[in-house]
Design a protein around this ligand. Sequence first.
Ligand code: CUA
Length: 317
Amino acid sequence: MRAVPLAGLLAGCGGVQSALDPAGFEAEQVARLFWAMLVASGVIWVLVLGLAHYASGRREKPWSQRDAGRLIVWGGAVVPTLLLAVLLFFGLRLMPELRAPGGPLRVHVEGEQFWWRVRYHPPGGAPVESANALVLPVGQRVEFSLSTRDVIHSFWVPALGGKMDMIPGRTNRLVLEPTRTGEFRGACAELCGASHALMAFTVRVVEPAEFEAWLAREAAPAAAGTGHAGEAAFLAHGCGACHSVRGTAARGAIGPDLTHLASRPTLGAGILENSAANRAAFIARVDEIKPAARMPAYGTLLDTEIAAIAAWLGMLR
Ligand code: CUA
């Protein structure tokens, strides 16, 4: 029985969303601090148990006033103060490094109920709009500015660093520097409503050249040819009032930008695999899949229309 919680604990030590399996400079500092704290707490725990054992074994022999006073001064004040001071010093020493300036690439992320509005600001280039899927260059410091207009969210990619709250009325700053390539997962870390647990995103860390190529593709209009039945249905049912698909008549700014939806690994902010069946299900039953989302369910559309829209969205690379 005891193995079950232990297995659960160990499962948290690896994978795409673990602060103990760091893939970023900031996360490495946090992991170092965690292990130092864990070892120090272990030492304190053993010392306290040892003292308790020692004291209970001496019940027959009453303490002299001098011994008791010494134990209280050393065990109760001097040693705890020294240990806590060492831990405090260790933690404070990491802070200037965590606050070091960011690089030339800036990314603005805005928390929404319940997804992530993403805007890349490449140095010298025009801003590039996206949602729910970050791609970052390895070995470069990236400066994030974080905001929200509805409620408090919190931006966290445990494997890379953070977390940082998004608070209405202010813009917070966070710098992340991925140190190895790979796929990671981020999540909202502040209870923000009915679908808080369904507010995730993906992070793909790639080589700088691959990142530049991705950003150039992302900046371009959608690659899907016009005239598809799905595009016609998308526009006829007013989807373009909330969503933008650059290169088409869809210019909405309320919901996620869908210009390159097909190139994102997940759907609905990290909760579903991005497949045609899931796209269709999301359109028809978003109220069940993502409770309290602002998008209404379009279950009243014909199945053929939903399938056409789902197919067309799958062409938006
Ligand atoms: Cu957004 Cu929790």
